[in-house]
Structure formats: C-alpha cells, structure tokens
Write a protein that binds this ligand. Structure first.
Ligand code: EPZ
Length: 423
C-alpha cells in the first residue's frame, strides 16, 4: 500500500488545475445505461472511483472507451442484457447504487448488491428503494442483493417526497424517471451542483426536466433518450481542499477551472478565518500571508448550498492551527470525525462530543506517521502535514486516490516537499 511523505513548512506558490467533479461523473456515467447510443463525457477526472464505475458498467455490457488519458469517456450501452451488479464491485464503491434506477428503466429489472456501510456511516439506501418503489418498481432484498422488477409494463411517474434531501436518491430518481411514463415530481430534492450537472446532461439526451437545483424537480418521462456529449463540471470539493492547503501552509495559488460560485458558504468561512480569495481571469486566487494567522471560525455542515460535509475534515485540520476556539458540527453523517484522533497525534487539541468537535487552536502541529481511514480524512492529514513541523507519513493513501488526481504532483509543483512511497 502506497504512503505519502511530507516535510512540512513550505508555503505554496503556483497554479493548480482543478479536475472534473468525481461526484458529478459518478452520477453521469450510469446515464449511459438509459440509451443505446453513445454518451461521451469530457473533463472526466482520473480517479480510482471512476475506474471502479467503468468496471461496473463493463460487467453490465457497456462498451467504455477511454481517451485523452482517461479525461474522455465514451460509453455505449447498445446491447446490454446483464442486469446484475456484483457485490465484489459494489462493495468497493457505494455510488454503484446509481446503476439501479437506470437498469430498471432500461431493462425492467435489476439485481444490485446492497452497498453496505463505509467508514463514515451506515449509509443506508432505504430512501432510494422507497422512491423507486413509488415509481412502480417491485423491490425485494435477497441474500444481500436488491432484486428489482417492474410491477407493470413500465415505470410510472409519481409525486415523491424525500424524507432526507438525499443526493444519491435524487440522482437515482432523475435517471429512472427520465424514461417513466408520465410526470414525476421530487419534493425535498437535493440541490447539489452535481444534480444540476446530471440534469443538464439528461436534457442533452432528450429528457424533460425542470427545477433541478431547487427542492422541487419535475421530470416528464419520454419514450427514449439519445446519446450526447457532456463536459463534467469542475470539482468544487477538490477546489475547496486546495484552498485550505494554502490556508494552512501559507502562500498564494491560482486554482484554474475552480468554480467559486458553487462554494459560497465555504468561501465565506474561509474569508472569516482571514484567507484572501479572489476570482480572476485565470481562476480562483487564494492567499494567506505567513504572518497572518488563521482565525478560529465555527462551522456546521449542511446540504447544499450550506457548508459541504465533504470539506469538514479539511476544515478541521485548518482550525486545529487557528487562533482561538471553535466548533465543527457534522450534521450529515454519523461517524465523520475519524481524522480527529490522527490530528491529535500531531498535537491538535480537539474534543469530540457526539457530532460536534470542539477545537482549541495550537501554534503548530508536529509531523507523525498517520493512518488514512476514508477519502476526505486522508486529504485532511496531507494538509496537516504541509503545515506541520517535521516529517509526516500518511499511510493507506488508496483512500486518497479515490477522489484526488495526482495530489502529490499538484502540491509539489507549488513548492510542497511531498512524495509518494510505493510499496
Ligand atoms: C453523496 O453521497 C456524495 N457521494 C458524498 O460524497 C457526500 O458526502 C454526500 O452526497 C452528501 O453531500 C457521491 O456523490 C458519490 P446522501 P450520498 O444520500 O448520495 C442518509 C465524498 O467524500 N441516507 O445525500 O450517499 C445518509 O446516511 C462522498 O465524495 C439515508 O438515510 O449522500 C446520510 O446521513 C462521501 N438513506 C444522509 O442521508 C438513504 O437511502 C445524506 O446522504 C440515503 C441517504
């Protein structure tokens, strides 16, 4: 298992290219199942999660062509018959559940392994299943698999109120309802930008969708969808992560293709902490002078457009070296503080009380050997290593590779002393 070694204390200066959004691409790829014509995605990120989704689609009979070193994916589900998504792939990535809706809509049946929990929580899929059942799918659980079939001859539009504004459930519904007979209304829909990107792609394919990006989405089902070419939106979480890298290490970087308007709540907190952020023609310019210490700010994660839960771990690392006391509240997932004990081993002063972390900023962290536990926790440890005194080794960086393209190259190009040790 590879590890990443960092010698802290180097400020960052330079330009970082932001890749396409992992969480948009993972919802866009299953849309290829909805049509027998090719769906081409440009600006696709080169990540292990994308490779896993590619593998899953290929087991379902989708031809996937990777071009431009994986930045362009052309998928053709011309002749698909396989309706089973195996446990051995689904267990690696929960977003595999997003093939469920399209398989039912295209083939009339599906057998998708239950994804199971992960490090950050139980991650149930009950909302997905209840919603698809309201569209006319018969759903049974057998031997750890979701067995779905059509109650009638096709999915039928329905008014569906989500109990939680689930991102994945909203995406599964958008995918399935696009081919249902009649109109579907999703109440309490998730509003994340990745939902809007999926809706934009589906509209290019001929879907009739309005209201995406609001709490109420309306989908008028169509007989069939055609192929399309779609540019994946930039990754707002990768953008926010590198903004925090500068916040912690100091210096100034420009994030090319970053999308500041999708990070309003996050940027507000960053500026409150004393980081300078500006939108320029070249991208987002982020700056923190070495003499300007970060100020402690309170944060509570919320569904979009609130502060993203996917930036909570990275913010905790930054607040651990801020001036003052603050608290971070994680309202979305029940176990998303596993980076805290590792930060404490670097000298951070953090007390966990349920879903709230109380942080007393310290002057500096000390490098240490660390263990990554999940995707965003692992990158928060890399950020801490950039700012810490001495050497940090982050082990099990396969977690990191799920969601960050070439992280050590991008940071080293801006002056960080960081390298990957392959083993
Ligand atoms: C998506 O996960 C993202 N993943 C997550 O990013 C992100 O943290 C999350 O949305 C919230 O923004 C992808 O897009 C691939 P939810 P998802 O359904 O869809 C509960 C990362 O680091 N829930 O909005 O799984 C659930 O347990 C990942 O890139 C149910 O109870 O999130 C959670 O507490 C991590 N039943 C809350 O809802 C369900 O059927 C929000 O989950 C579904 C969800």
């Amino acid at each position: 298992m590879d590890s990443i070694e960092i010698k802290g204390g180097q400020p960052l200066h330079g330009v970082i290219e932001i890749a396409g959004a992992k969480n948009a691409c993972l919802a866009l790829m299953p849309a290829s199942l909805l049509t027998d014509q090719p769906l081409t995605l440009t600006n696709a990120p080169r990540l292990s999660d994308i490779a896993t989704m590619t593998q899953l689609l290929q087991t379902l009979g989708v031809e996937v062509r990777e071009m431009k070193e994986g930045q362009v994916l052309s998928m053709s589900a011309h002749d698909i018959e396989e309706h089973q998504a195996d446990y051995n792939i689904v267990r690696k990535m929960r977003a595999s559940i997003l093939v469920l809706g399209p398989l039912i809509a295209r083939l009339g049946r599906a057998a998708v392994s239950l994804p199971g929990g992960c490090a950050i929580g139980a991650r149930p899929v009950n909302i997905h299943l209840d919603a698809l059942s309201q569209l006319g799918a018969d759903i049974e659980l057998e031997n750890g698999y979701i067995m779905a079939s059509l109650r009638g001859t096709a999915l039928r539009g329905a008014v569906i109120k989500l109990p939680i504004a689930s991102v994945g459930a909203t995406e599964n519904l958008l995918l399935a309802a696009s081919l249902a007979k009649g109109t579907t209304v999703i109440d309490n829909a998730a509003q994340e930008p990745e939902i809007v990107d999926l809706a934009n792609c589906l509209r290019k394919m001929g879907a009739r969708i309005i209201g995406d990006g609001t709490k109420r989405i309306e989908i008028e089902g169509v007989e069939s969808l055609k192929g399309a070419t779609h540019h994946v939106i930039s990754d707002r979480i990768e953008t926010g992560t590198y903004m925090l890298a500068v916040a912690m290490a100091g210096g100034d970087i420009t994030l090319r293709h970053g999308c500041i308007n999708l990070l309003a709540s996050f940027v507000e907190k960053l500026e409150e902490a004393g980081v300078k952020v500006a939108e320029t023609a070249q991208g987002i310019h982020v700056q923190r002078g070495l003499s300007d210490r970060l100020q402690a700010v309170n944060v509570s994660t919320e569904p979009y457009p609130g502060f993203p839960t996917d930036l909570q771990a990275q913010m905790m690392a930054a607040m651990s070296i801020s001036k003052g006391q603050c608290q971070l509240e994680e309202t979305i997932f029940e176990n998303r503080f596993m980076h805290a004990p590792e930060l404490m081993r670097m000298g951070a002063n953090i007390e966990i009380r349920g879903r709230t972390a109380l942080i007393e900023g310290v002057d500096s962290l000390r490098g240490a050997p660390l263990m990554a536990t999940d995707l965003r926790a692992s990158v928060s440890l890399v950020l801490a290593g950039l700012a810490a005194e001495g050497h940090t080794i982050v082990n099990r960086v396969y977690h990191l590779d799920r969601g960050y393209e070439m992280v050590e190259e991008k940071l080293a190009a801006c002056g960080a002393e960081i390298r990957r040790a392959r083993s």
